[in-house]
Design a binder for this molecule. Structure first.
Ligand code: NOJ
Length: 541
């Protein structure tokens, strides 16, 4: 297939902005929309990303930092105004980039007018927009369902004498998609933003929108390691229910009624289930169901190769792949795999087949920031202090490190307190310093992004990995080729801290285009070459 048959969300690179943490333009220590506008040139010119995804910017009491929405059609004053949003959208488009908003259909805030009505009286017309149940016979919660953020998924409402369901904090009541009015209302929300010109949505917990109508208890998970209570159950009645698919198809129909829009669904499921969220040719669903496997992957070349190959094999014929290395819910890439390996991981992200999503700051090697107790604010950490270091998400949401000035160029130097503390290493790990250093983490990322832009093999070419057993590639390395009509590339990634000899069933010479070490160019012998410790190479054949 030639390049121009592919769509922007297939060939482009998505960049996730966590708006509270990207750029503070008004000196309150919290990022905002005008701040994002100030930094758009960084995204378009310096990095060359194609698609910007903004985590929620809507009015919200911020019990879950914006994922508890009290008005789907507004902008939180902390982030700016609707006019600022219009400006941001126009400026993004002016630079040739697309803008995705976060759509959160599974739950609202408990301060959303729908829920205020719903909880007002049992016979209120909006009662059934949420999931209300009587106490169990004998009292107590209706069943054993758990909140992701600790404790039961049910909260008792004294006034009306019933429990309501919330899969996250109690201020995030789940909507009831068995009532068709709810879906209709959410589709209207989609129209509202699509009419304004947004290019699509990242859809929050899309696979959880439907729940078991019989409200059966979820079975225990025998594989539970005893740490995170939510994982003690198998979530077969609150996630991935068969009848979620028609809902997603309806959402897709809204997108398809516009030109060239898309949605990417947040789904943490194994391949066999994940790929169902593409839908079928007759009933399409997500353009991309997020593929999060690399976020959780143990950093081992053979394991990662198997994961990539298995995913490739599981994809339906017309489904487009995608890869993610980090997001606002998971520990930072550089912390998970070490900063040197993060560079190798970024090379993999930008050279595997499919759409890459990069989390803000991962292009610099930003690490998790230890959060002093008085700053801890993420609900799973606050509710479960004993496992805060595992479930807390504040460490990966700290302010973007722009320069070495006080407040790292995120807020003006005079600002006294940022909403989360800065990383201790921000004086060296920041955009400005890394741009000056030719061999920096960031300059490597930029160079690879540049190459990717003009490379048909990387953007749309085929993928094949080398089998280390039968084809001789070294066992601590992941080696694969990307091939388009007129371009044939090899990617060789050394996952280890030792030098590795790579042997391949190839002959002749290849030309190193980019190495993560940024000090290697020139020809190599394809049948046998050496990778430096923690080195990844992109090689032209
Ligand atoms: C997934 C989001 O990514 C996460 O940040 C949020 O807390 C939950 N969904 C609830 O909306």
């Amino acid at each position: 297939m030639s390049n121009n048959k592919h769509l922007w969300w297939q060939t482009g690179v998505i960049y996730q902005i966590y708006p509270r943490s990207f750029m503070d333009s008004n000196g309150d220590g919290i990022g905002d929309l005008n701040g994002v506008i100030e930094r758009l040139d960084y995204l378009s010119e310096t990095l060359g990303v194609d698609v910007v995804w903004l985590s929620p910017i809507y009015p919200s009491p911020m019990h879950d930092f914006g994922y508890d929405i009290s008005d789907y059609r507004g902008i939180h004053p902390m982030f700016g105004t609707m006019e600022d949003f219009g400006h941001l959208l126009a400026e993004t488009h002016k630079r040739g980039m697309k803008l995705l908003l976060d759509l959160v259909p599974n739950h609202t805030s408990d301060e959303h007018p729908w829920f205020i009505e719903s909880r007002s009286r049992r016979d209120n017309p909006k009662r059934d927009w949420y999931i209300w149940r009587d106490p169990a016979p004998g009292g107590g919660v209706p069943n054993n369902w758990l909140s992701h953020f600790g404790g039961p998924a049910w909260t008792f409402d004294e006034k009306t004498g019933q429990y309501y369901l919330h899969q996250f904090v109690k201020q995030q009541p789940d909507l009831n998609y068995r009532n068709p009015e709810v879906l209709a209302a959410m589709l209207e929300v989609m129209h509202f933003w699509l009419d304004k010109g947004v290019d699509g949505f990242r859809v929050d917990v899309i696979s959880k929108m439907s729940k078991d109508p019989l409200f059966r208890d979820e079975p225990p998970d025998p594989a539970w390691n005893g740490i995170r209570p939510y994982l003690s159950l198998q979530h077969i009645y609150t996630s991935n229910m068969e009848d979620v698919h028609p809902l997603i198809h309806e959402m897709r129909k809204v997108l398809d009624s516009y030109d060239d829009r898309m949605m990417v669904g947040e789904i943490y499921l194994p391949n066999t289930d994940l790929v169902k969220y593409y839908g079928t040719p007759e009933k399409r669903e997500c353009h991309l169901p997020f593929n999060f496997q690399l976020i959780a992957a143990p950093w081992d070349a053979a394991g990662v190769r198997k994961m990539v190959d298995d995913y490739e094999a599981a994809l339906p014929a017309d489904a487009w792949p995608n890869w993610v290395l980090g997001n606002h819910d998971r520990h930072r890439l550089a912390t998970r795999v070490t900063p040197v390996q993060a560079c190798v991981a970024n090379m993999m992200l930008l050279t595997l087949r499919g759409t890459p999503t990069c989390y803000y700051g991962d292009e610099l090697g930003m690490e998790n920031v230890p959060i002093p107790l008085e700053y801890v604010q993420d609900p799973p950490a606050v509710n479960q202090p004993e496992i805060a270091h595992i479930v807390g998400r504040d460490p990966e949401r700290t302010p973007m490190q722009w320069d070495a000035s006080p407040n790292a160029g995120f807020s003006a130097p005079s600002v006294k307190r940022l909403w989360l503390p800065l990383a201790a290493n921000y004086k060296t790990v920041n955009v400005e310093s890394q741009l000056k250093d030719k061999k920096s983490f960031l300059n490597f990322f930029i160079k690879l992004m540049d190459y990717r832009k003009t490379s048909p093999a990387l953007k749309i070419g085929g993928y094949r990995s080398f089998d280390p057993k039968s084809e001789g590639a070294q066992k601590n390395c992941f080696v694969y080729e990307r091939r388009a009509e007129r371009e044939h590339l090899l990617v060789a990634l050394n996952f280890s801290g030792q030098e590795q000899k790579v042997e391949l069933p190839l002959s002749g010479k290849g030309k190193v285009l980019i190495s993560t070490t940024m000090d290697r160019i020139g020809d190599i012998n394809l049948a046998e070459f050496t990778l430096q410790p923690n080195e990844g190479c992109l090689i032209f054949l």
